[in-house]
Design a protein around this ligand. Structure first.
Ligand code: GDP
Ligand code: MG
Length: 217
């Protein structure tokens, strides 16, 4: 199974810009999936030779009350359900909002790997903005989806968290080696087999086609 990385966060924090940068030029297949995942875009991506699917969520409007709680929880629960890694994007320019603290708490409780990604950090001198987000994470990651700053460092850490590919637990077949004797009719296959086995296991006849079925030893 290809690992899924979900991008969640408020509207306008820079999720789609980051998504586009992560999937890059590669395929850029985005597909709208019906039902609850209507406003989500899926794209194929790879980093350090590891393939994954990135999901951009529609985001939730911070100003709309009432339906907000439902929308937030829908997005978050879906991400928790389907993703191996969650990128919780917050806006480095606007600072931490109370609702983001709640979301952070829910995500932490989920047990999933969550990165707090502080967007719109376009250059190193903006990194001071990270301090605002320490209540969410000890290690907020600065990125600029627009300019690419910090994205490589983020992806290095993200792909490290993917589960190892399943290795087959099937043991190689043990026991004697099986040998098949093949050839045109009447060339001496059965005689050879009898010779090898030291017994008359196979009816030998000079009429072609006497041995109809495979003979198992
Ligand atoms: P979304 O609603 O979370 O998907 O946010 P968008 O990706 O659509 O971006 C919202 C706005 O933030 C747009 O005007 C972007 O140009 C701007 N934006 C996104 N990423 C960056 C960034 O890294 N740096 C800066 N300066 N602006 C950004
Ligand atoms: Mg968007």
């Amino acid at each position: 199974m290809t690992p899924i990385v979900a991008i969640v966060g408020r509207q306008n924090v820079g999720k789609s810009t980051l998504f586009n940068r992560i999937i890059g030029q590669k395929k850029a297949i985005t597909l709208d999936v019906s039902g609850v995942t209507r406003d989500r875009h899926y794209g194929h991506a790879s980093w350090n030779g590891k393939e994954f699917v990135c999901v951009d969520t529609g985001g939730f409007p911070s100003e709309v009350k009432g339906s907000l709680e439902k929308k937030v929880s829908e997005q978050i629960e879906l991400a928790i359900h389907e993703a191996e890694v969650i990128l919780f994007v917050v806006d480095g320019r606007s600072g931490l909002l109370p609702e983001e603290k709640e979301i952070g708490q829910r995500l932490r409780m989920s047990g999933k790997t969550v990165f707090v990604v502080v967007s719109k950090i376009d250059e190193p001198m903006h990194e001071g903005r990270l301090a605002d987000f320490y209540p969410l994470s000890k290690n907020p990651m600065p990125v600029s989806g627009e300019h690419g700053y910090g994205v490589a460092d983020l992806l290095d850490q993200v792909v490290e968290k993917f589960p190892l590919p399943e290795t087959t637990t099937e043991k190689p077949e043990s026991g004697p080696i099986r040998i098949a004797i093949l050839g045109r009719p009447n060339v001496g296959k059965s005689s050879l087999l009898n010779e090898l086995l030291g017994e008359n296991r196979v009816v030998v006849h000079d009429m072609p086609g006497t041995t109809r079925d495979a003979t198992l030893t």
